[in-house]
Structure formats: structure tokens, C-alpha cells
Design a protein around this ligand. Structure first.
Ligand SMILES: *Cc1c(COP(=O)(O)O)cnc(C)c1O
Length: 387
């Protein structure tokens, strides 16, 4: 496909705004048009303009997004998908063969666990869970020679556990495996796994990357060109590509990722401080807290600690459910990473499907995706909701 213009120099925000696209040569349009086209006129047989032939294989709006996210993750190539799970499926089928073993976080995103457990196993993949926060467990669960992928999320959902990317990369590589990091929660503004030794970064761009709760999308970024070739082939061969409208929305979202993340972090820190001092709250989970078991590692590999906060209430499951129902500025709903604050009860909502498994979460847990509204309104809302 055509070259990705992602080598724009400069700081994160400069890359976020400029990488992947030069103002249009014909019109000067500073934003890439939404190329709603399936095919491209050829100048004589095989005379492709800019390498574009058919929009599953390549579309200029998608190319702009792919170059942009590659630049933000400090990778060589980016690929945009129809959803985060489509991106993951393509990584799995591009890089694994029947009989391969995959190590998963024991608190993986539910959809990721389901993809491995209910789909990939039917094609001969074997998987084992291990807590990414426990390097000895990771080492003990890896099967040298058979483990093809070590899959890590950090921070995890909803308990915000932290995995040491650099250390896990070295354990994975010693055993001949590749490290895949799901960077959806941290985003490249807070953490760049490829610079810490990871081989593949995957994203649900539905969350912070898009950032406005108006699109479902996914992305993969790699730095190794052989890996890029394998992903590129399967991206086209499997066809789970991002459409031009969705690509445009995610690209627009990425331009403000830095400023949004700073505000998400500012607000989350104030919410954490408030919750930690509230008598109806028994525990707060946030990697920015000095007593969080992953705090030191998080402080080393992350710029700040993100916008997701979980907490447990003193009144048990019903209290947690009531808090979710009483909140007004915090919207009751699944998903995360948008500008609006969301509240949910993982036990009955996002994590209902893992009840009774090793992924089960406490019944008195509430998860917040802290948005970028006026902080005082968020704190008043939480205070009222806690009762
Ligand atoms: C949402 C999410 C996914 C799945 O992405 P979709 O865009 O919903 O397919 C994967 N990983 C994490 C961490 C997520 O939050």
C-alpha cells in the first residue's frame, strides 16, 4: 500500500495533529476527505494512483489514520480495523498456527478472553491465564518453544492491575514468544509499549483514541517490518478493515488525545482523592495511588495514571448497584474512554459473563470512566450517588 506519512517529527501533540497526512495537493484541504469510494480509476492497466486499487486493500482516509496511529505509538506501520476485536482476531490468525500456546492475562478484557476461549481454541490454539502483575507466574506459565504470544493489558479492566512491559518482553523473547500489548486503557499518550520491547500493540479505538463515543474501531501497530508484512497480508485477506467514515472519526479523535488524556487524568486524580476520603467507600483501585501494588511499575512506564477508577462500597452489592442508578452526571453505561463520564457495575454489566470463572470481580465494585466535565459537578454527583 502507499507509504504511510508518519515520520513527522516533533512532540506527541504535533504528531497527533499532523502525522499521516499532508494537506491535499489539489485543494489544500487540511483534513483528509472521507474517501467514500470502493474502487479507483487506473491510468492504464495497473497504473495505480498512489497505490490505490480497491478500498479493502487501501483507502486514503484509512491510510491517514494508520500513519497517524503508527507515529503516536512510535511504530513503523499501523493498521485500522472495524473493531478492537477484529484487530485482535487478525493478529491471532496472522501470527499463530494450530498447536501454538498463548498466555493471556487472568483479568483480560472479556471479549478478548471469549475470542481465545470460544473461537481460537476451535482452530487449535491453546491458552493459559496468568496475572501479568506477577512475573514469576508469567515465567512459570510460558511454554518455551510452544508459546507464540504473550498477551498483556496494562492497566487491566476493571481492577487496574499493572504489568511490567519491559520485563515481560524479555521473558517472552527468551522463550521465543512475541509480546502483544493491548494499549487501549493507557493510550500512546501515557505509554508506548513498542519502545519498551513489545512487538505488537493492539487498540480498541472505540475508547480513548476515538474519544467521543461515536465510533467502533480497532488498530494494530508494529515496528518490525516482517511482522508488518504478515499483518498487512491478513488485514487485506481477512478484510476486517475500518471504513472511511469511521477512520475519519478516529483520526479526528486522535488529534486531541493528549489534551483529553491530561484532563481525564486531572479529573480522575481528584475523584480518587474524594473517594479515598469517603466513608461509604471501602477500597479505591487506581495505579496512581502509592499503595497500589503496581504503582512503582506504572510510574516507570506511564506518563500519568489514566482516567479509569474503580472502587468498592461499604454497603455490599445492592449499594454498588444503587450508586450506579443514582448517578446523573455519570451516565450509567458500558464502554469507556469518551469525553463523558460513565459509571457501571462490572459484576452485572461488563463482567457478568465471567461470573464463576477466575475472572470474576467483587460484587460491591463500581467502575468509573472519568470524563472531562467540570470536576466539581462530578464530585457532587458521586457524593449524592454514594448516599
Ligand atoms: C473495548 C475493548 C476491546 C474490544 O474492542 P471493540 O472495539 O469493542 O471490539 C479490547 N480491549 C480492551 C481493553 C477494550 O476495552
Amino acid at each position: 500500500m502507499s507509504d504511510q506519512q508518519h515520520r513527522t517529527k516533533g512532540g506527541f501533540e504535533t504528531r497527533a495533529i499532523h502525522a499521516g497526512y499532508e494537506p491535499d495537493a489539489a485543494t489544500g484541504s487540511v483534513i483528509p476527505p472521507i474517501y467514500a469510494t470502493s474502487t479507483y480509476k487506473q491510468d492504464g492497466v495497473g497504473g495505480l494512483r498512489g497505490g490505490y486499487e480497491y478500498s479493502r486493500s487501501g483507502n486514503p482516509t484509512r491510510t491517514a489514520l494508520e500513519g497517524n496511529i503508527a507515529a503516536l505509538e512510535e511504530g513503523e506501520r499501523g493498521f485500522a480495523f472495524a473493531s478492537g476485536l477484529a484487530a485482535e482476531d487478525t493478529v491471532i490468525r496472522a501470527l499463530c498456527n494450530p498447536g501454538d500456546h498463548v498466555l493471556l492475562p487472568d483479568d483480560a478484557y472479556g471479549g478478548t478472553f471469549r475470542l481465545f476461549d470460544k473461537v481460537a481454541t476451535r482452530w487449535g490454539l491453546v491458552h493459559d491465564p496468568a496475572p501479568a502483575s506477577d512475573l514469576d507466574a508469567v515465567r512459570a506459565t510460558i511454554r518455551p518453544g510452544q508459546t507464540r504470544l504473550v498477551w498483556v493489558e496494562t492497566p487491566t479492566n476493571p481492577l487496574l492491575n499493572i504489568g511490567d512491559i519491559e520485563a515481560i518482553a524479555s521473558i517472552a523473547h527468551d522463550a521465543g514468544a512475541l509480546l502483544v500489548v493491548d494499549n487501549t486503557f493507557a493510550t500512546p499518550y501515557l505509554q508506548t509499549p513498542l519502545t519498551l520491547g513489545a512487538d505488537v500493540v493492539v487498540h480498541s479505538t472505540t475508547k480513548y483514541a476515538g474519544g467521543h463515543s461515536d465510533v467502533v474501531g480497532g488498530a494494530v501497530v508494529v515496528k518490525d517490518l516482517d511482522l508488518a508484512e504478515q499483518i498487512a497480508f491478513h488485514h487485506n485477506a481477512m478484510g476486517a478493515v475500518a471504513g472511511p467514515f469511521d477512520s475519519w472519526l478516529v483520526l479526528r479523535g486522535l488529534k486531541t488525545l493528549g489534551v483529553r488524556m491530561d484532563r481525564h487524568c486531572d479529573n480522575a486524580e481528584k475523584v480518587v482523592e474524594f473517594l479515598a476520603g469517603h466513608e461509604a467507600v471501602s477500597h479505591v483501585y487506581y495505579p496512581g495511588l502509592p499503595d497500589h501494588p503496581g504503582h512503582e511499575v506504572a510510574a516507570r512506564q506511564m506518563k500519568r495514571f489514566g482516567g479509569i477508577v474503580s472502587f468498592r462500597v461499604t454497603g455490599g452489592e445492592q449499594h454498588a448497584v444503587d450508586v450506579c442508578g443514582r448517578a446523573e452526571v455519570f451516565t450509567l453505561g458500558e464502554s469507556l474512554g469518551g469525553v463523558e463520564s460513565l459509571i457501571e457495575h462490572p459484576g452485572r454489566m461488563t463482567h457478568a459473563s465471567v461470573a464463576g470463572t477466575e475472572l470474576e470481580v467483587p460484587a460491591d465494585l463500581v467502575r468509573l470512566s472519568v470524563g472531562i466535565e467540570t470536576i466539581d459537578d462530578l464530585l457532587v454527583d458521586l457524593d449524592r450517588a454514594l448516599g
